[in-house]
Structures are given as C-alpha cells and as structure tokens.
Design a protein around this ligand. Structure first.
Ligand SMILES: [Zn+2]
Length: 189
C-alpha cells in the first residue's frame, strides 16, 4: 500500500510475513519501502516512518546530491584522458609544492572510490585521477591538503592552521568538496 507522507513523498508499506519488526529502506533510486510484520498495525508503521522523517530526508538529499553531481560530470568523465590528467595534476602538485615550500617523495595516481588523496608515513602521495575534473580551486585545496600532511599526519588544529595560512577559506572549500563526494563513486568508462 502506497501512502503519501508530507515532506518525503510516496512510501510503500509492504505487509511482510517474514519481518520480525517494522523496517525501512531507502533505495538508490529514492524509493522508500517499509516492511510491516503481520502483527503490526498501519498506524504503528506510519508512526515509525514519521519518527524517522529527518533521517529519510537526509538520505533523499544525499541521493539527490549524488545524482546532480553524476549528471553534471557525466560528459567530463567520458572525456577524461587518464595519462593527460595524471600529468596535469602532477605538474600542478609540483607548482604548489614549490610555491609553498613542501616536498614529497613519490606520487601515484589511482581511481579510489572513497578519497581524493592520501599521504603515507614516507610522504608518498596517492592522488585520485578525478582531481582533474574538479574546479581549479578545489583541486588545489586537495593537493595542498595532502602536501600539509607531509608535515602533519593528522587533521588536528595545527593541520588546519597550516592549511588556513595558505587558504584562509579552507573550511568552506572543504565543504564544497564534500558535496562533490558522489563524483568519486562514478565509474570511469
Ligand atoms: Zn587529510
């Protein structure tokens, strides 16, 4: 049975013989399904959904963000030349290192699904090839973030101080990068 719930839209309540308790899933396509055990009432199931409204809205927003990013970057991803991208990022990394007085050991490129970059204990940098798709200021912030890790391995106050010395708006840029997290999930063709 499909019910419309204010602020979250259609919710599919499915009576389930197997379900032990009321449970809710938000699918990747944004569809919301609630499994209702035989002994639970519709009123209970609806109350359950209302209690989880904030969480559901967060999931829907997250999915919408991933979709928007996927649409925005779909063409660019198709056209991405991996060798060219790696060369361009490596060149920009060296420029930034020279400009701000950092040194690193080696740099390798990957297509990680969860991170833009990382810095090892030996100051080897691993960078995501999709950095080449980002707006220049966001790409630079991530490169400098990893360069700061050559001196400070954690994300403590000293790390932020050093990053903000270079980019006073680092936290705002960082939030913008978080919104593009969905881009990491999209496979390279
Ligand atoms: Zn970091």
């Amino acid at each position: 049975m499909i019910k419309n719930i204010s602020e979250i839209g259609s919710v599919n309540f499915v009576s389930s013989r197997r379900a032990q308790r009321i449970s809710l899933t938000v699918k990747a396509d944004g569809k919301i399904r609630v499994a209702v055990p035989k002994r639970a009432s519709m009123a209970e199931a609806e109350r359950f959904v209302l209690n989880k409204k904030m969480w559901i809205k967060r999931q829907l927003n997250r999915l919408a963000g991933v979709d928007a990013v996927a649409n925005e970057y779909a063409e660019k991803i198709k056209e991405l030349d991996i060798d060219e991208a790696a060369a361009a990022i490596a060149a920009r990394l060296q420029e930034l290192a020279d400009e701000f007085g950092f040194s690193y050991n080696r740099v390798t490129f990957r297509n990680q699904k969860t991170r833009w970059g990382s810095c090892s204990a030996k100051n080897n940098l691993s960078l995501n090839i999709k950095l080449a798709l980002l707006p220049a200021e966001l790409r630079d912030l991530i490169l400098v973030h990893e360069l700061v890790h050559t001196r400070i391995k954690n994300h403590g106050p000293l790390f932020w101080q050093e990053l903000e010395n270079i980019y006073p708006n680092a936290r705002e840029l960082d939030r913008r990068i978080n919104h593009l997290g969905g881009l990491l999930q999209i496979p390279l063709s």
